[in-house]
Design a protein around this ligand. Structure first.
Ligand code: GRF
Length: 203
């Protein structure tokens, strides 16, 4: 069994998808740690309900590089270590040594096509608005490996979603969210298999 740390900032529906997949055998993994950059988010409650260790590194107290460095300390202090890090709705940008320490082992889920609709400021509803404003006929959710850029790392999986003429940003957001959960689970399995952490066949 490989060990996952999930970094969150919000409701944690993607975290829940990962917890469920580890429980029902779709992932041969354990969520070892859930770390949030904001206190009081529902993702932390989901983790507690599942009996998973939680940590908060508040972005009000740690900024920029200091936030990333503190996260690295928490990861290093996790008993037994962590094999993969999943950014599941994590709104801070990782930088510095944490990226070197876990190079090729950090995944992010992005609610839009990359590289076209990524980068700083492209998160949540902003992505869906930009897709509609561009007149794109398809959107997507994208699972990619994290590098030192913002949403620039190699894409592992993309699941496309058609854009309908009457879609609003909110409606598009719901449609993309519906495909995110299975895509994230498949992305984790794919990377774990590539890294030799698991012998599961990629879905
Ligand atoms: C998702 O849409 C994800 O793609 C984005 O942030 C959202 C997080 O949702 N990066 P949740 O907290 O997993 O419910």
């Amino acid at each position: 069994m490989y060990r996952i740390a999930v970094l969150v900032s919000g409701s944690g529906s993607n975290l829940q998808a990962l917890i469920d997949a580890t429980r029902d055998g779709r992932l041969h993994a354990r969520v070892e740690l859930v770390l949030s950059d904001r206190p009081g988010v529902f993702a932390l409650e989901r983790a507690r309900r599942a009996g998973i260790t939680t940590a908060v590194v508040p972005r009000g107290r740690y900024r920029g590089r200091a936030l990333s460095d503190r996260i690295l300390e928490v990861l290093c202090a996790t008993a037994g270590g962590v094999d993969l890090i999943v950014l599941a709705g994590f709104l801070s940008i990782l930088e510095g040594p944490v990226l070197e320490e876990y190079a090729g082992r950090i995944l992010n889920i992005h609610p839009g096509p990359l590289p076209a609709f990524g980068g700083r400021g492209m998160y949540g509803i902003h992505v869906h608005r930009a897709v509609l404003e561009a007149g794109a006929r398809e959107s997507a959710c994208t699972v990619h490996v994290v590098d030192e850029g913002t949403d620039t790392g190699p894409v592992l999986l993309e699941r496309r979603v058609p854009v309908e003429p009457d879609d609003t940003p909110e409606r598009l957001s719901e449609k993309v969210r519906a495909v995110e959960h299975p895509t994230l689970v498949d992305g984790v399995r794919l990377l774990a298999t590539r890294l030799g952490l698991s012998e599961e066949a990629p879905a």
